[in-house]
Design a protein around this ligand. Sequence first.
Ligand code: FES
Length: 552
Amino acid sequence: MNANKHMIHILSENAQIPIEAGQTVLEALIGVGIFLRTDCGGKGSCGKCRVSVVAGTPERVAAPDESEIKILGRSALSDGVRLACRLKISGDITLDIPETSRLSAEVAQKGLPTLIDKLTALKPAPSGRPDSYGLAVDLGTTTIAVYLCNLGTATVTASTSARNPQTLFGDDVMSRISAIRMDPTLLARQQNMAVRAIEWGVTSLCRSTRIDPRKIKTMVVVGNSTMIHIFAGKNPSSIGVFPYTPQFVAQKTLRATSIGFRFNPDSQIRTLPLITGFIGADIVGAALATELSHTEPGTMLVDVGTNGEIMYLGKDGLSATSCATGPAFEGAAISHGMHAVSGAIDAVKIDKSSGGAFCSLIQQDPAQPKMPAGLCGTGVISTVAELYRAGLILKDGAFDRKAGSPYLRLDANQSPEYIVVPAEKTQDGRPVTFSQKDVRAIQLAKGALRTGIDLLCQEAGRQRPAKLLVAGAFGSFINKKDALKIGMFPPIPEDDIEVVGNAAGAGAILALFDKNMLTRANELTRATRVLDLATHPDFQETFINALAFPDQ
Ligand code: FES
């Protein structure tokens, strides 16, 4: 046996999978399309990726580090339980993967595009045989949405979504680009991770609908420019350094087999065109699905994700920009942030007199309710809005140490934090807290988004948009009042803000049904003027102003 390669025998699948020296067990599993829960993105802090080493001498298994010991405890460790994201081996082993560690189709729903209803009006007449299928994929930095569509009836048969396993290389596109810059072999690894995750979605959709995957003839993929580069096997390094130029912007046509898909090697894949290194095929898809070019001038489309992409229709046409919002809106980079799965707090109400919080929880299976475990993206925004409403944080975002609330305390670094849920009421016996650092992360994210919105309006000679279309996985569930409260959006009437769900995914579906949409996408990208925020003379001042919360 090659000393740099070992084998893992997976008990339940009775399969042998290879693992390279230096790889974690989690990476090896992802490489063959076995997905585990990785709520913390492989950082060893969520404890969700547990596996059991059931055979293999102890010297073949690296010793646990301090954080693994803390999360698992000595007793579980002595039973062979380990965190797959931390586990490295130096010899062949046998693993058992408990069901609770596996990613199930329900755990990471990106949400159906709310535009699906509208698609009925927009979509072309059905074409193709009634049993021919296609896939629309929204390859997000955090979440990958897969829509299985019947081309014969032009309908969406089923959909699912999964966490993008590339988060092992960082939550945002810059971390993934820099990983590839440091080690170009990681391009193929990240590409393979995306392909395996999409294929995992295909397998679970085809299994639940009893559709033969070989009937999937075509696929349309949207995503930000970095995701599309990695998916197509093109090095995205140039996007990571000034002047952030992508290697290509035109739509790509690929054969499934050429990038490692196994379900139907003959499938043809098309990606929508990009506009710049940071204005990608996702906002192009969203603009197609919302028919932005044909709406009232003054309409702005905002795709809220790890990277905020904004497109605006002014009197003299379309313009676009992008801003680095980071992953905070999705609950990542927040101390108790988590994905929108069971046990996640999605809304908070702070009682002004007691200072305590009432929380609404996501429960995917009401028969098996989960205790609070953390805050998903909307829960995070809700917490900040409520802390501000209740006077526990000030206009500049600092906790009001004079507020005297029993729910405010100092953390280990003597920095204030708010107890959202006390320890005795949570899933893991640790309190769900919201720290000063968390408030700052949200201020930076909303400040970046708001700067993009304000400067795009300013360039078009307006103070604010007449109408705001909010797209993206996070945008699908956003509470408009909370978003307005913290100044994430400009002060416009709530009724002028329309949540359009995963519009990028809807755009991919449309392009799957109608090839003319590709022509429209190309026209749209050519007609869009790009505003570069980084070099804008008013960027600094606008950004600093956007960090504070609006007057109450
Ligand atoms: S502990 Fe979170 S993914 Fe392993």
